[in-house]
Design a protein around this ligand. Structure first.
Ligand SMILES: [Zn+2]
Length: 434
């Protein structure tokens, strides 16, 4: 395939119009009226050119759960959603708690070719919450792990959390906490409140999230280390994080697309596509999360893409697995939740879905503004399109999307990863070396 591309008439995140000349993996020129002999020309009239999206929270499931997703299928889903880099969570089998496993995930990402894959290392061995994993060995491995998380499980033991925060300071690592007080959430099935009482489902109280965040920001302050809070879901959590930031504590936070758009009322139909951890919350929480993303209290959007085989969801609510796929629809959901409302503009979207997640994860080569000399990681998005989501739109293995049958704004027209298209004309490129 040609390795020179001329993108003509794109609109950049700041609203200016420009042509982009892509050569040898880099953006060679940004300007108007560019021409280039022999370049493949892409008409981008009416399309937004955004920096390649970066997801700090993806479950790729490999090794061990390849019937849910593989590194290849998960990064195809990423490309389809405009992502050029994903951080792969550690809850695989074996758990990514050694240099060997994180290097394996790194290699699988390199050979898949659809997006840069940065492994996240487990905080504790086997995610068991008892002994620290080999954080230093993972940091100095070929995978150069900088983000550590037991996601799916909370690092509940405060001494282990303190030790982990202390350990990663040496290499500017960050602990990404899944904030869930385990004793307060035994058997939890949905948000705790009037609705859980009416439906007869065990509640997951907001305080189970907020109390862990409060403890952890204080630990991060005490140790002088970096904390990242995964999938913030309640208004009270926003208050705690706002307080911590005002105090100068080094904490960052993410919100998922689904917590920006969906509410607990959807649980009333017992459709397990809406079962997720942390659960969908109240309307007031959704409003607080949107406002927090707009004012910078919440730093980024991260998908928590969590694919499952159909049988894990086609069952009774209590027995169904937690999680939703999210890579393919993330940009459209953010568009619907906070761009259409005027709370974020496209420059903000570039910040929360590209620049800041790359910075939190110490990822180079991604998360940079589209400019001459930058690596050619970008996506072309049609903001005036709208589409009814179908299973066929989902490029990964999982079809557990809460948006199937819903109409969402926008469409990914092209994604460039390292100067090569992974998506063109709205379709995944099948042969990346063709
Ligand atoms: Zn989690």
């Amino acid at each position: 395939m040609n390795t020179r591309f001329l993108v003509v008439g794109a609109t950049l995140a700041d609203g200016t119009r420009a042509d982009l000349l892509v050569t040898n993996g880099r953006i060679e020129h940004v300007g108007n009226g560019l021409s280039a002999t022999g370049a493949t020309q892409i008409d981008a009239d009416g399309l937004l050119a955004l920096p390649g999206l970066v997801d700090l929270h993806t479950h790729l499931r490999e090794p061990g759960f390849e019937d849910s997703e593989t590194v290849l299928t998960g990064t195809r889903a990423a490309a389809a959603g405009g992502f050029t880099a994903v951080f792969a969570m550690a809850n695989t089998a074996p758990v990514a708690d050694t240099a060997g496993v994180v290097e394996q995930v790194l290699s699988l990402g390199d050979s898949a070719g659809y997006a840069t894959v940065r492994p996240i290392g487990a905080v504790t061995k086997g995610l068991a919450g008892e002994q620290l994993a080999e954080l230093g060995a993972m940091a100095t491995s070929r995978a150069q792990v900088r983000v550590f998380s037991d996601d799916g499980m909370c690092v509940f033991d405060p001494l282990l959390m303190r030790r982990a925060l202390e350990y990663v300071k040496a290499f500017n690592g960050v602990i990404a906490q899944h904030a869930q007080e385990p004793r307060l959430t035994v058997g939890a099935q949905m948000n705790e409140g009037a609705l859980s009482g009416r439906l007869g489902l065990t509640g997951w109280p907001a305080v189970a999230e907020e109390s862990i965040i409060a403890r952890d920001v204080l630990l991060a302050e005490h140790v002088g280390s970096r904390l990242h809070v995964c999938h913030v879901s309640t208004a009270g959590s926003v208050d705690v994080i706002r307080w911590a930031k005002a105090r100068g504590i080094s904490v960052t936070a993410e919100v998922t697309p689904h917590h920006l758009l969906l509410t607990e009322g959807l649980v009333a139909g017992y459709d397990a596509r809406y079962k997720v951890n942390p659960p969908l919350r109240r309307n007031e929480d959704v409003h607080a999360l949107r406002a927090a993303l707009a004012d910078g209290t919440i730093d980024i959007v991260a998908t928590d893409h969590a694919p499952h085989p159909a049988e894990a969801k086609d069952c009774e609510w209590d027995a169904a697995a937690n999680g939703m796929v999210g890579l393919e629809t993330a940009l459209s959901v953010v568009h619907a939740a906070v761009v259409e409302s005027g709370q974020l503009n496209w420059a903000d979207v570039a910040r929360v879905l590209s620049y800041t997640p790359a910075a939190i994860g110490s990822l180079s080569g991604h998360g940079q503004p589209i400019a001459a000399g930058a690596p050619a990681q970008f996506t072309l998005y049609d903001p005036s399109a709208s589409h009814s989501v179908t299973a066929a739109d989902l490029a990964g293995k999982g079809t557990n999307s809460p948006y199937i049958g819903r109409t969402l704004p926008g469409a990914i027209v092209a994604t460039f990863h390292g100067g090569r298209p992974t998506v063109l004309d709205g379709t995944l490129v099948e042969d990346l070396n063709g």
